[in-house]
Design a protein around this ligand. Structure first.
Ligand SMILES: *[C@@H]1O[C@H](CO)[C@@H](O)[C@H](O)[C@H]1NC(C)=O
Ligand SMILES: *[C@@H]1O[C@H](CO)[C@@H](O)[C@H](O)[C@H]1NC(C)=O
Length: 336
C-alpha cells in the first residue's frame, strides 16, 4: 500500500516533492464507504476550489471569514522545511464554496468567496510525514450565516481542555464522530464525489496507530504521533472497508459541533484496519488564540510577520511552472 496525502494529484506539487524524496509517498484522498449527508448536518464544511479543475480540498469555517484547512492543501512543502512562500494556489483563482452539499452548485444556496490570504502554521513541515498540517485561509468577504453556513466549535480554545476532550472521546464507545468530504468514493475513481459524504469513525490510541501503520511502513516504528500533532482513526463499524481518501484533505474530523482533526494522510484508501491520520486540532488552538489576540484577522491588519501570503497576487508563477513540468514527468509513479 502507498501513503497518500488526501489531496488530488493534479493539484499536488507536494506529491512531486514527496515522490522525489520518497518514492512510496503519494497523493490521493475521498470518502470511501460512508453515506451522503446534507450540508445542514455539517454546516461548517467548505470546499476549496480552483479554476478550471474545481474542488481540491476540504476545510472548516473558523468564523464567517476564515477557514481551517491542511497546510499541504495550500503550500509547497519540501523535505525538512516549513512551507515555502511559493503557494501552490497563487497562480490560480482560488475560492471557497460554503452552504451546499453539491459540487459545483450554481444555486443561491451556495456561497462562493475568494481567498485573500493563506497563513501557514509555523510548525508545518514535511520530514517523512506532514507535521502540524494546519493552515488558515482568510476570505475576501464575510459569508452569510444561516442553517447551512455556521462556524465550527473549538471548545474554549484551551489546549488542556481540548486534550481532555480528545481523551474522553477516545474512551467513549458511543461518541458520534464523523469524517466528511467530497473526496473520491472509490479508491481508483478519477474524480471527486459531487455530493458530500460522511463516515462514522472512532479515534484510536497513538500506540495502536503506530503498531498498525508500522505494518505498512517500518518508519512508523519510532514515530511520535502525540509530539507531531497527529491523531488516528478507524471506521466505527468493525471490518467496514471505509476511509477518507483523495480530495478529503483539509476537511474535518468532528464530533457534534466540535472539530478534533484536519484530514491529512493515510495508506491507500478504504481498508478497515489501516488508520487514517489527522492533524490534531488540540495542537492548533493555542496558536489560533494568539492570532486572534494579535488581531491578525481584522481587515485592516497590516501584520506581515506571519508566514502568510497573498493568495491572488500571482507573482511567483515562475517558481511554480517548473514544478508542474516535474509533476507531468513523475506522474507515471503516482497512484491516482
Ligand atoms: C475489506 O478489504 C479486504 C482486503 O481487500 C478484503 O479481504 C475484505 O473482504 C473486505 N471486507 C469487506 C467487508 O468487504
Ligand atoms: C511548535 O513545536 C514546538 C515543539 O514541539 C512547540 O513547543 C511549539 O509550541 C509549537 N508551536 C506552536 C505554535 O504550536
Amino acid at each position: 500500500m502507498k501513503i497518500l496525502s488526501r489531496l488530488p494529484l493534479n493539484f499536488s506539487i507536494l506529491a512531486v516533492v514527496l515522490l522525489v524524496v520518497h518514492p512510496t509517498v503519494c497523493s490521493d484522498s475521498k470518502i470511501i464507504g460512508g453515506r451522503r449527508v446534507r450540508i445542514n448536518n455539517v454546516p461548517f464544511i467548505v470546499s476549496l476550489q480552483a479554476r478550471p479543475s474545481g474542488h481540491f480540498c476540504g476545510g472548516s469555517l473558523l468564523s464567517l471569514s476564515s477557514v481551517l484547512t491542511g497546510c499541504h492543501c495550500v503550500g509547497v512543502l519540501t523535505a525538512g522545511t516549513n512551507p515555502t512562500t511559493v503557494p501552490l494556489r497563487e497562480m490560480m483563482s482560488f475560492t471557497v464554496q460554503a452552504g451546499s452539499q453539491v459540487l459545483p452548485d450554481q444555486s443561491e444556496n451556495a456561497q462562493l468567496v475568494k481567498v485573500n490570504r493563506i497563513i501557514f502554521h509555523p510548525n508545518c513541515s514535511f520530514v517523512q510525514y506532514i507535521l502540524y498540517d494546519f493552515a488558515i485561509l482568510t476570505l475576501a468577504k464575510e459569508l452569510q450565516l444561516n442553517e447551512r453556513v455556521k462556524p465550527v466549535q473549538l471548545f474554549s480554545l484551551d489546549r488542556n481542555e481540548y486534550d481532555r476532550e480528545t481523551k474522553r472521546i477516545l474512551n467513549d464507545k458511543n461518541a458520534q464522530c464523523f469524517v466528511a468530504g467530497w473526496g473520491k468514493n472509490k479508491a481508483h475513481a478519477r474524480t471527486s464525489s459531487s455530493y458530500l459524504r460522511a463516515i462514522r469513525m472512532r479515534i484510536i490510541s497513538d500506540g495502536d496507530c503506530q503498531q498498525k501503520l508500522s505494518r505498512e511502513n517500518s518508519k512508523f516504528l519510532s514515530f511520535n504521533f502525540w509530539r507531531n500533532a497527529q491523531l488516528c482513526t478507524l471506521p466505527f463499524e468493525e471490518r467496514m472497508n471505509a476511509s477518507d481518501c483523495t480530495g478529503d484533505s483539509g476537511g474535518p474530523f468532528f464530533c457534534g459541533k466540535y472539530i478534533f482533526g484536519v484530514i491529512s494522510y493515510g495508506y491507500d484508501c478504504g481498508f478497515w484496519d489501516t488508520p487514517n491520520v489527522y492533524a490534531k486540532v488540540a495542537d492548533f488552538v493555542d496558536w489560533y488564540k494568539m492570532l486572534l489576540a494579535e488581531k491578525v484577522f481584522e481587515p485592516r491588519s497590516t501584520r506581515k510577520d506571519y508566514s502568510s501570503v497573498d493568495a491572488i497576487s500571482g507573482t511567483r508563477v515562475a517558481y511554480v511552472l517548473p514544478a508542474i513540468a516535474t509533476i507531468l514527468y513523475t506522474q507515471m509513479w503516482v497512484y491516482a
